[in-house]
Design a protein around this ligand. Sequence first.
Ligand code: OAD
Length: 239
Amino acid sequence: MQISDELKEKFQTARSVCVLTGAGISAESGVPTFRGGGNSTVWKGMPFDQISSASMVRENLAEVWEWFDYRRGVLKDCEPNAAHFTLAKWQDRFAGFTLVTQNIDGLHTAAGSRDVIELHGNIQRAYCTNCEKRFDIRGKIPHVPEICDDCGANLRADVVLFGEMLPPGAFEKAEKAARNCDLFFVVGTSALVYPAAGLAEIAKRNGAFLVEINPEETPMSGFCDFSIRMKAGRILPAF
Ligand code: OAD
């Protein structure tokens, strides 16, 4: 699919650009998405939104860790792809640029993006369930330490689970960027999880030109000014 002349012009003249990414942008790096292609991830017979939920942390923290350590194991061999690298270049191309991600894989930062707003946390960090001390667990699979070295309480992944609030200030920063941009990209997200998906609506309501990049249609598609049904790693470098 071509990038239309209108979109080319919007891209060339944009002063402030905001991009919201989801699991699809990392698919070409080998990170499995949660939804898409008519499938939904299941872990040991459990839907992913059950194993990734606040109630599971309370009921069976060990099993939640098994799931996240498995996901971290998959990530060990994953590198950023052309889509991540392209977005890292965009940060120096526009007067204003904000990258907001729902991903917890850290691949945007690995590609060189600065100040990424990670709405759902980061799987390579853990925090103490008692004193909230943060731990970097990169490269440690299974995660180590298992308990907090300050207070001895259990650690949990620093990831926003279903039923939990977003990190303080993260959504507010993203919302401000969405409200003030003239071009907003929604890349590789099923646009089903709020409040993240609502950022595209906020941008459009405030006058931004809204572009979707996703091989599949989503609930956001009808609302977008332009939809590109292609893989992010193929089309983003073409900009
Ligand atoms: P999903 O797994 O729900 O959706 C992935 C989307 O990426 C689908 O719409 C696919 O069609 C699309 N896709 C697949 N390959 C692609 C490619 N190469 N290029 C572009 N798009 C592609 O992922 P999210 O929308 O990110 O929450 O899911 C939102 C949240 O739900 C996640 O952040 C996660 C999950 O529960 C947490 O981890 C807290």
